[in-house]
Design a binder for this molecule. Sequence first.
Ligand SMILES: COc1ccc([C@H]2[C@H](O)[C@H](O)[C@H](C)N2C)cc1
Length: 449
Amino acid sequence: KVTLLHGSHRTGKRTDAAMEKWRGHGLGQFIHWGLYAIPGGAWNGKQYNGAAEWIRSWNGIPKSTYDSLNYSFNPTAFDAKSWAKTAKQMGAKYVTFTTKHHDGFCLWPSKYTKYTVANSPYKKDIVKAVVDAYDQEGIDVILYFSVMDWNHPDWRYDIKSKEDSIAFERFKKFTRNQLIELLTNYPTVKGLWFDGTWDTSWVKQAAFADELETEMRKLRPGLIIGSRFRADENGKRHFDSNGVLMGDYEQGWERKIPSRIEDVHGNDWDCVMTVPENQWGYNAAWNGHIKTGLELIEMTARCVSLGGNFVLNFGPKGDGSIRQEELKLAAEIGDWMKINQQAIYNCGYAGYDKQDWGYFSKKTGTDKIYMLVFNVPVSGALRIKTPAKTVIKKASLLADATETFTPEQISGDEYFLHLKKGTHPQPFVIVLETAPGQQSNGVKYEKAK
Ligand SMILES: COc1ccc([C@H]2[C@H](O)[C@H](O)[C@H](C)N2C)cc1
């Protein structure tokens, strides 16, 4: 163990109500929207083959030309209420919304730069519209904020001279001002999702970032900040020099999901996921593999079964409308969630051995276990291996409690549930009412100390 001034200030999960609520969300929505949605991954008829929200970094466009896009930003089809309704229908419990991406364009009328929505034909405060609309639907709002700001003259990738250092001091003040401004303008937001924090210039700011995190938490008690915001004084990010998670949850699961519980090191985490392989902002030409509703439902189940949240990304078009393919996916996911949401919300890791047929989740604070079945074995026999002697008092279909299953016990902690051939359109959920087991001599089973 090394002594750290600016490492993690907490070990283990947060236990306050705000974090418990976040932990129970299960399914969230990410929205990437900004000037990059106008070109939508192409420029002068040429396709940019990177991520659409990074098109400014393409040498196919003069930077100044991209930067002038604020003068053409007029999303006449933007309707935050309809976005929030779509999220509600899908069953999302929170939304992570881009206030400012790497290009530096602010979707709120910041006082600290001219490069905002106020200096666009649209003029109005988009962040406020989104916060109000999602609040009204009872969906929590987390604000995405990129520290890296390609538009700001004082941004530096590293600090190599006195001039760099003077400029970056101005940039640090600017960043703090914008963050305090966001937390002050939109007091109902529940957290901040930081990005653009990997460059050396920011990694060198361990003390400043630590103080800023403390200041934000004091301003907004309960605020949720992930592991991506700041590095410790040795430049360690996400996990400090002692291997302790920075911030309140791990933000490293970007377009990837842990494969087993050991991978999450007992921490909270979220997985943020794109529908195409790697497009966050709107890209008109969706190339490569486009995930289906069933794939995304399974990813949601897998994340919840490992104690995390699954956050699915939407990239609205330059006019503010959501593309048909995303609306269709939201509806498919929502249809499944309407029947099976009990196995997702306020659920976490069950501690049951992973089986090939799918995933277990456990209703937090109860002995209720869910079996989320994606792959019925040809035998029709679903194996269950409980973490310890456990009595299964009842097994029934979540969608129809009158459909019950009589577990066949094959050992002290192993059972089979036998399905009738081809009876359930997959994926479906079985709910197990369980109780701690009794040893054979009737003595109450005590978990090993
Ligand atoms: C350098 O590789 C990167 C850097 C930043 C990203 C950004 C994406 O633009 C999107 O905002 C994602 C959440 N973030 C990690 C993705 C890959």
